[in-house]
Design a protein around this ligand. Sequence first.
Ligand code: DQQ
Length: 570
Amino acid sequence: MCPTNGKLHLDNGRTAYHFQPAKFWQNDPNGPLYHNGLYHFFFQYNPHGPLWDTGKLSWGHSVSGDLVNWAFLGTALDPTDPFDVNGCWSGSATVLPGGRPAFLYTGRDADGVQVQNVAFAKNPLDPLLREWEKPSCNPVVAIPADVTNNNFRDPTTAWLGRGGLWRMAVAAEVGGAGSALVYRSADFLRWERNAAPMHSSAAVPVLECPDFFPVVEHGSEGLDASANGAGVKHVLKLSEFDTHQDFYMVGRYADEEDTFSPEESERGDNCRSWRCIDYGQAYAAKSFFDARRQRRVQWLWVNEYDTKVDDVAKGWAGVQAFPRKVWLDSDGKQLLQWPVDEIETLRTKRVGLQGTEVKAGGLHEIAGIATSQADVEVVFEIPNLKEEAESFDPEWLDPHKLCKEKGAAFAHGGVGPFGLIIMASGDLQEQTAVFFRVFRHHGKYKVFMCTDLSRSSTREDVYKDAYGGFVDVDIEKDKSISLRTLIDHSMIESFGGNGRACITTRVYPEHVATSSSHLYVFNNGSGTVNVSKLEAWELATANVNVADADLAALDAIRVADGTCQDAVAV
Ligand code: DQQ
């Protein structure tokens, strides 16, 4: 970790503490893993340039002792064999009994056909897991005859079920329906398809990157992928190609048939009406069980929303969201997502507010820290919810539309818009608002959260949409709502209602080239809101794949975790 000494790097939006390779293109998280005292992160990577290009991707590989500082180890898989020569696409890691890590991944073969492959860590005792071998029996699963449009990809981490057989789920388009197919195997090499898919969304043809994992019904500890039985529920997460959003549902998994029954069956079979992992620009979530801290940790890819020309000029594209701990809410229906605690090691200068009234039209600057690299936690109290909440119009059920039509600038809208203004220029010409509005609906309340990018940059050629979703909280009981936002130059990652709704977005303001950014609390509602507590920390720059700092990063790992002392002696 490097102290910032008040000097933050100002460049083309490159982040300071989010995961990025030093250069070139990255997309989906692949095969995250905790093994022999180190965290491994693999990712879709183009080692030749900053664009996805022809999709002949490799798996980039980095290693960490703390999920914050990372050393880049090059590529773990490259498209070199007939079964993956057109790309080593997304997949997952599984630790086999005896401790040998294995990958299941999609290869695009010599004809461009999508097939499933395995690879094994050459030396499981090498904590850096530098070398991976692909057995010659690949592909282990050929594309089935009923799969349409060559959509067959992204195997999950395997789990052990009834009969001691491995299972994996693979996304596939079967007869036009986006499906999660289950395959079983006794030896990890020969896989047989189950008759019934684990899920099928008739109205959604292309699904990608399934993630399937158990959660404890009560508590926040994580479970290994194979855990099942009393007190355990399961989560099925699917990435939907058209909307580029990740949807999930909590449910029950029966391992006789490998079926998954969503608990909120009223939401239907179309996964677009399931719950959303992140309402913003994040995609392809992939989680792993962190045995060191007994938690489940999720990664998420966040694309660029500037232009290809910019990406070529920058020499890089793609960021990962900060790793999030995920667990089941006490309502048993939704996930809570929260940045892993290790982020606190980056916290430096702190400023705060307590019991501050923000009246209608109020704007209150949070000064004293560099706010383009910060972690902000705030709790808003709403004193007059009953009197001031507007009635909800059923036309507003589409949160995306609602966010567009009733953005942050919408003055005097009842309870809200109130929230944070982030990455603002001194004259407020550029600003990104993350805010809430509360509506009354059938005698209850609906809390809406939005990130409005419409004024985020004076540039015309970057994407400046508005993103929103509803936060499933009981605001009548709580009388308050919390917001946590991680700001990292071009990344704005927000967690509403203690992690019940997340919105991650990219911003490309122009003022950062010449001046620093400002942070405000604002209220454009018609009544007062109180900031019962606000804490904002400036964050130090982490050592993330900085080419010439790799040795220092490995040293940091050595200090952080004695178990890998010998292994990292380079
Ligand atoms: N990205 C990979 C595919 C996956 C898609 C290719 C999702 O395996 O379906 O880079 O972003």
